[in-house]
Design a protein around this ligand. Structure first.
Ligand code: ZN
Length: 152
């Protein structure tokens, strides 16, 4: 899903929580930030892969990669490694869930990332992308064995 849409919908969602559900302003801000910045894992992945910090280049490459992946057939997709998004998946969710028992900031982060993931899954359903990419990073790691890297 486009980052602009995450910003817009994350803002509306946080605003609703503050306005109608008695969340404090600071809780609303943390929910919003979590709902947007969870996608930083895409940027971290780019930095690790390219050793480059250029954000504009990252945005361009993400767009090209997304388009290329979506143009592959289901069988072709199975031949290539799935991308790792460390903050997307049950593992990161569980870490934040456990931490939320100790500090309410993590509970707000959990709400933000849950909202983000719901939007991502709606987007993936719409584009017929495999859910597994953002369901579990351990699963992605296992499934990626002996597969080739998608050349850009
Ligand atoms: Zn995302």
């Amino acid at each position: 899903m486009l980052p602009q849409l995450h910003v817009l919908l994350g803002f509306i969602f946080s605003y609703i929580l503050v306005y109608f559900f008695n969340f404090s302003i600071s809780a609303g801000i943390i929910v919003f930030l979590a709902a947007v910045f969870i996608d930083l894992d895409h940027y971290f992945r780019y930095i690790i892969k390219t050793k480059n910090f250029n954000f504009i280049k990252f945005m361009k490459l993400s767009y090209i990669e997304g388009k290329k992946l979506r143009n592959l057939s289901k069988n072709e997709k199975l031949q290539y490694k799935m991308p790792h998004f460390l903050f997307h998946g049950i593992e990161f969710f569980l870490i934040i869930l456990i931490l939320s028992f100790f500090n309410s900031i993590f509970f707000w982060i959990l709400i933000g990332i849950t909202f983000h993931m719901i939007l991502d899954f709606i987007d993936m359903y719409y584009h017929k992308d495999p859910f597994s990419v953002k369901l579990s990073q351990i699963y992605v790691f296992i499934k990626n064995k002996n597969k080739k890297e998608l050349k850009l």
